[in-house]
Design a protein around this ligand. Sequence first.
Ligand code: ZN
Length: 314
Amino acid sequence: MPFLTEPDPLRGVAEMVLPGIRRLVARNPSVMTYLGTNTYLIDGRDGLTVLDPGPADEVHVQDIVRAAGSTPIRRIVLTHTHSDHYGALPQLAAVTGAEVYGYRKSALRGFTAPNPLDDGDEVAGLVAVYTPGHATDHLSFAYPIAHTCRMLFSGDHVMSWSSAILSPPVGDMVAYYRSLELLLRRDEVFYAPGHGPILPAPQALVRELLAHRQMREATILEAVRTQDWTVADLADHLYHKTDFRLKIAAQRNVLAHLLKLEHEGRVVQAEARAYEAPEDHVPDDLPPGDEKSISPREISMIERDGKRKFAYVA
Ligand SMILES: [Zn+2]
């Protein structure tokens, strides 16, 4: 896959992406978040719009406020409610009094964006493009700065450094395919992702991401056809990950593929038993922003899902 890398960013410094758009990388580097979450500061007529406030990290909030300087932060816009994007929101909103915008149906229990956005809605020149898959509440934002320089803030749907993790039930492979296909019909010339550097000529990567998932799906279907696997064993067999977080991510991706195949009637869950999908992706006892720790409730969901088996439908 033609992924990009970049040198470590200067922490606490907002770098210019284009005139009027700066990127501040949060201090949360990890195997899941690359060098950190990208917070974008976008100049507007009446002040700044902050796209994705980032993780719950007081220092990052201070960095944002410092980068804004004397320009007021008027709006905070969310691509989705995963903790590494949403976490800083309560504090930043409290400090700045900014208006908060996000998808109308939040995937995070206890949070609803006071200013709900739907596909096609516009705020401060950003046009919402509903792109579920990585998360059910994921929005990308087209920013038609000039006719010659169309760009898309692509959140975690399409990132320059890695493909997205899809963890059911908030992650949905059927929706993800559709959202990639949707981007193929659009014509932005570069993407500004939620993690990683700016992505030029994004269509090539979107096409590859889709092709890669289709290949993975075919491999999974063939594996299930020829042998009985648990989700966990199949993930180990296909991904060979040793890092605990990456191992889990692989399992969630395999499960997301299997649920898509089940949705299409090509596999059925074997040993059918009651499966209660959790209502949200942030357990009660996990503070928003603390993406490094996994709660017992999450662990038990992951373990239960890891033991699930699916059978090929001939
Ligand atoms: Zn993220």
